[in-house]
Design a protein around this ligand. Sequence first.
Ligand code: PLP
Length: 422
Amino acid sequence: MGIGTKCVQDGYRPGNGEPRQIPIIQSTTFKYDTSQDMGKLFDLEAEGYFYTRLQNPTNDYVAAKIASLEGGTAAMLTSSGQAANFYAVFNIASCGDHVVASSTIYGGTYNLFAVTMKKMGVEFTFVSPHATEEELDAAFQPNTKAVFGETIANPALSVLDIEKFADAAHRHGVPLIVDNTFATPVHCRPIEFGADIVTHSTTKYMDGHGAGVGGCIVDSGKFDWTKYPDKFPGLCEPDDSYHGITYAEKFGLAGAYITKATAQLMRDFGSIQSPQNAFLLNLGLESLHVRIKRHAENGLAVAKFLQGHDKVAWVKYCGLEGDDDYELAQKYLPDGSCGVVSFGVKGGRAAAEDFMQKLKVAAIETHVADARTCCLHPASATHRQMNDEELAAAGVSPDLVRYSCGLEDAEDLIADLKQALE
Ligand SMILES: *Cc1c(COP(=O)(O)O)cnc(C)c1O
């Protein structure tokens, strides 16, 4: 089936006389006839649901759809994109371990890695998304457990050379984790280029309507943990909290990673998506293939307009010919990229603030990838505590405007930008 058919149909197939739309199983718990039946679930000896802190059928229908879209073997929904990236890494890297990550990643993920996970004893080395093979090799340590990057970085909009990063990860016996939020599986499927695990902030294009915060982790089932039992004891050695089962043995490569994340991390941290939000997410997924196409068309039209305007200092959009990432975008995103465009307004910080205030269609919001066009001036919002020097170090210039094209008519977005610039 094509990606569009998967968006509409996969994950949930009702039987005779069952509801056509995914049922919202709004229940904290599930009923059993005997304690023995229940006990088997607690020993991971039988499949089934017992408590929604760990698993819920509505979530699993939607996770199965996303697994199908990404070409993975198993997936889980989380309460946010932050929870997804935390689980994805912490499932295989803990105190005393090390991870290599691209430096141009979402600010929230950077904080999670460089500040919070560092406090938990996980160290990160950040490398340029355009690092050479030699530079990548030099970043690895004997205790490195994973490599992390974003297909299209938020808000730097650089494109990750997935094959190069996957090859480096595999040379050093660790998996590549790719946050595919901005590209979506409609425009790029990182597993096809060698990524082992894919994460999403479903809050963005997958939901697409600004309705629910959520995240997802997909496992390709391709990374062979058992080749490196010393590196990945959590998957290759018995888990005492489940009567000594070994995940890689009992659930195979296809299921070990997600089962471990569910059985240990969801059990202990409980960052599960609510079934209500999973239902809303699925409504978004049903039209993802139609919407992302329009977002990317609007993004390209707006980027081209901005490039030709004399009040605009610079434009960053990987779909623009001549962009630093244009070649990578042609390879990894041949059908289009996304709706987010970054640009600078001549006149710096003050001009950017003044310009944004004059926009009538685009709203000022801490959000991207919504049906409604929105924009943000990081220097006066998410990064406002930084001075101009610190902003430069973070790769955010004082004049940078992050503009997220919604699903409106491109002509209206361009007319709005034009009047505000002028
Ligand atoms: C927004 C975002 C996140 C964090 O997701 P939340 O759903 O806000 O927790 C992670 N990665 C990327 C690329 C994002 O854009």
